[in-house]
Ligand binder design. Structure first.
Ligand code: MRU
Length: 345
């Protein structure tokens, strides 16, 4: 890719500030863990795998900056940082998965000592980043055969390099198919209210010179009636044991529309997005964000002052509407439960 979503710089974590795209390509230098937590909370970095990588790097940064050589106080400090990272956003399970990986290393501080634990934490954060990119490339390899020459592919939100350590999940499939020489059309839902599709997916595809047509979210059904869409590819923030999938608000509506129009609807995600502790989608915590994201546009009000608004950031698509889940371990088709358990093991 021509840009880096997140980078480890020893004394800081460098994040491409996604709030400013596509107008400005600006990097945010986070010099301590609270700054990384704030970047996740305010969506300077977003997307399930990307916030996992950011949290891990935030923890590594906190470890590096800890002055104490006493395992006990090191443990206390790092436990607090892990908790702070867990509080940043509730829905994407990759965040908790990455924090748990880091926490396991923190917990062995009595065995390895403070200095070695610091080094191990940095190494683990870098591994999480590296593995994520490799996984996305594998997902792309498995998914690319679903796209044929001349197809119309619709995607929602941003599940690209910006949402991951690099390359992307749903967009990774698109990049792999394109790199193989296939030519097809990509449609990106604008994705109200934060416009990840219009701002980020469109920007990424432009960087890679892949033509993209942006539509407003409410145009997808009409486009489907016209026969313009052959498949839908979306990312995921958390997949329950039965395959129910939480993803950006609007994904569920797209899945229903796809069913009605007989269009295959694919979820594209690494196995770190599987949460087998949760039996069905109704148990997935759904983040609700500030209603000003709905009532305002770029700081200016677009609704009467008196109105209420509702702003869930995610919805849940029932597994019955999903044709297959594309993972780094291959394409998983229904019935999902046993197969998801097997690939997560
Ligand atoms: O609120 P966001 O922008 O973090 O939501 C992102 C999504 O819903 C993505 O589709 C999902 O995280 C998958 S990213 C590979």
């Amino acid at each position: 890719m021509k840009f880096k979503t997140i980078e480890w710089k020893s004394d800081r974590v460098r994040i491409l500030d996604q709030r400013r795209l596509p107008q400005e390509l600006r990097y945010l230098d986070c010099r301590d863990a609270p700054a990384v937590a704030q970047a996740i909370r305010t969506m300077a970095i977003r997307g399930a795998p990307a916030i996992g990588v950011a949290a891990a790097m935030g923890i590594a940064l906190a470890a590096r900056k800890t002055l104490s050589h006493q395992p006990e106080s090191f443990l206390k400090t790092l436990e607090k940082v892990c908790d702070e990272m867990r509080q940043t956003r509730p829905t994407a399970v990759n965040l908790f998965w990455a924090v748990d990986r880091m926490k396991k290393i923190v917990d062995r501080v009595y065995t390895h000592g403070v200095d070695e634990t610091k080094e191990r934490l940095v190494k683990e954060a870098l591994n999480i980043l590296k593995e994520d990119i490799e996984i996305n490339r594998k997902i792309g390899m498995y998914g690319k055969r679903l796209i044929k020459n001349g197809d119309g592919v619709l995607t929602h939100c941003n599940a690209g390099a910006l949402a991951t350590g690099g390359y992307g999940t749903a967009l990774g499939v698109i990049y792999s198919a394109w790199a193989e020489g296939k030519r097809f059309r990509v449609f990106a839902d604008e994705t109200r209210p934060q416009l990840q599709g219009a701002r980020l997916t469109a920007w990424e595809l432009v960087q890679e010179k892949i033509p993209v047509t942006v539509i407003t979210d409410n145009m997808a059904g009409w486009l489907m009636t016209k026969g313009e869409i052959n498949l839908v590819l979306v990312g995921a923030d958390r997949i329950a044991r039965n395959g129910d999938t939480a993803n950006k608000i609007g994904t569920y509506s797209l899945a229903v529309l796809s069913k009605w129009h007989n269009i295959p609807f694919y979820v594209v995600a690494p196995t770190s997005t599987l949460d087998l502790t949760i039996p069905t989608g109704s148990d997935i915590p759904i983040e609700e964000r500030d209603i000003r994201e709905v009532t305002h546009f770029r700081g200016s009000p677009i609704t009467p002052k008196e109105v209420k608004a509702f702003n869930p950031a995610f919805d849940v698509t029932p597994h019955s509407l999903i044709e297959a889940i594309i993972t780094e371990k291959g394409l998983i088709r229904k019935p999902f439960e046993r197969k998801l358990e097997r690939i997560k093991a």
